[in-house]
Design a protein around this ligand. Sequence first.
Ligand code: TIU
Length: 216
Amino acid sequence: MITLAAAPFPYRFDPASTALLVIDMQRDFVEPGGFGESLGNDVSRLAAIVPTVTKLLDWCRTRGMLVVHTREAHRPDLADCPPAKRMRGAPSLRIGDPGPMGRILVDGEPGAGFVPGLTPAPGELELVKPGKGAFHATGLDALLRARAISHLLFAGVTTEVCVQTTMREANDRGYECLLVEDATESYFPAFRQATLEMIRAQGAIVGWTAPFDAFP
Ligand code: TIU
């Protein structure tokens, strides 16, 4: 068992029953010309977490932990993209439109691929998801339960959208969740900070947070 100095109180987990979820570390969110920028965001802040996510991955890999890498991407025919998602707002490019990294948020296109250095290692799982939450319309819950996973560590982007949504889905399904504070980022610093605070408020109402330095 490992005990981390976490907030709002220590987090205990057994690496054998814990998985690392790396959420959506893909070019569409982190690099210019993808989905994130099409929504009007300055994407430059997100790349800064890559070294910390890499260290966290190495820590988990050394201990033989299950690692799941998600990507938010749609089928080329967009059958899994609700019109409400595609038509929302006035982005410069809509999901499925051709952009500098291929069709926006479409699986198989360069933008939907992992950022350099954060590709799955052999034996790790890759999960393509059509929604913000990784449990929506995927087999994630069954996949984790089949491996007797009870605890989840979270990293990735963006903190208040796909990371928080997935963490809330996981919490409601009974998983004990911890978000690694410096392994997640948002286009909006205040939203990242608010998410960290609301997750651990009210006695860890959604889960725990801890910086990577807390890992022994
Ligand atoms: N827009 C935004 O902040 N995020 C997303 O659309 N998806 C994820 O967070 N992965």
